[in-house]
Design a protein around this ligand. Sequence first.
Ligand SMILES: Nc1ncnc2c1ncn2[C@@H]1O[C@H](COP(=O)(O)OP(=O)(O)OP(=O)(O)O)[C@@H](O)[C@H]1O
Ligand SMILES: [Mg+2]
Length: 396
Amino acid sequence: MKLPNFSKFSNLFKPKSYLGVDIGTSSLKIVQLSKQRETFRLDNYGEVKFFEENVPMEVHQQSSLKIPDEEIAELLKKIMAETKTTATQAAFSLPVFSAFSTIIEMPKLPQDEMEKAIQFEARQYVPIPISEVSLGFVVMGEEQKINQQTAGAAAPVPSGTFGRAALPQNAESKRKKNVEVLLVAVPNEIKNKYVHIAQLSGLELVAIEMETFPLARALLKGAHETTLVVDIGARSTDICIVDNGFVRISHNFEFSGVDITKAYGEFTHTDFAEAEKRKIVTGLDLTPGQLDGAKNLLSIVDNIINECERIMSSYFNKTGRVVGHVVLSGGVSKMPGFLERFGEKLPAGGEARNGRLIDVSLGDPFEGLIYPPELGKTLKDIGPSFAVAVGLAMRR
Ligand SMILES: Nc1ncnc2c1ncn2[C@@H]1O[C@H](COP(=O)(O)OP(=O)(O)OP(=O)(O)O)[C@@H](O)[C@H]1O
Ligand SMILES: [Mg+2]
């Protein structure tokens, strides 16, 4: 929607605006933000679904990477026109499964030497030929100067940080006089697809980011506590642990919203479209009589929770660091009863680690942004679905 112009000075100062474009499995979401001093103002936002609800289930699970560029661009232009966006520069997100990222240790080197060394080193880590990927890197603990560098029309400029302050390196790296480097590799085929979609839509693509990075940026806004961030979308669930300002681990698996709808349909004997409605209205707020029939549904939800628990344990075993917060996002996190079940199931593992309970909350990417107060409730409701798009628009 296009927001009312609530700042009478906005035209005077003409702040620069950026567009975040999240091409998800079920829908395309956009957010335009403009920088106002140290914060961001929400200019516009919008969402357009890819499919009608009554298409076959397989279509709902189809990756957006399979949709023709022209179709995505048409929808993007439509939603930009409807919401009256004005930004010409955009950042797009990539599904986690489509790219590759890792943290490697490197000696401290000047920028140009680091670039060469990374090109060489990356061969060991990237599972496909280096000639077929575009590489990006960030030296962790430094400001992201690399973010401003673009090779060609739109280099995939990865970003592992979400705050602006320089952050301390891990103690081990300091001792060794080495630095940790976040390496991201995006297959050229996917990068070219996104460049093409941007061109067809009349946008300048300034960055392509794996979705965990904008997610962390939008939801944590520079907080340094060890936090697990989950995005449960239509097709996949992304989990990442953010520690000291950096995404340290990201993981992705295909248990998600469409599976929940399918299980809901089985349990309520309804078709996909009806099950989708019931999932959104009733969700996990089931009567004791319904619980028995909903075993499959609950086991999908519990699988997601268990996977988060597993990632937290593995991080603790590797680093000794305890996750204190879990922030939920993605459409599924809005399901009635979901947050409560997450909170109930998770503390068991948390108690095993120093008796600390884990605080579980719903993500609010619009928190701290400037927007008309009358939109407060709407933005709180839609927030968990818009985290990736907000984080992309916050990139500059
Ligand atoms: N209030 C709600 N309750 C339950 N489920 C919901 C609710 N709102 C949306 N969903 C579900 O969330 C999913 C869509 O979420 P989201 O928009 O985050 O996914 P996406 O970004 O399109 O997909 P992905 O991230 O997997 O590519 C759908 O399965 C939808 O049914
Ligand atoms: Mg998504």
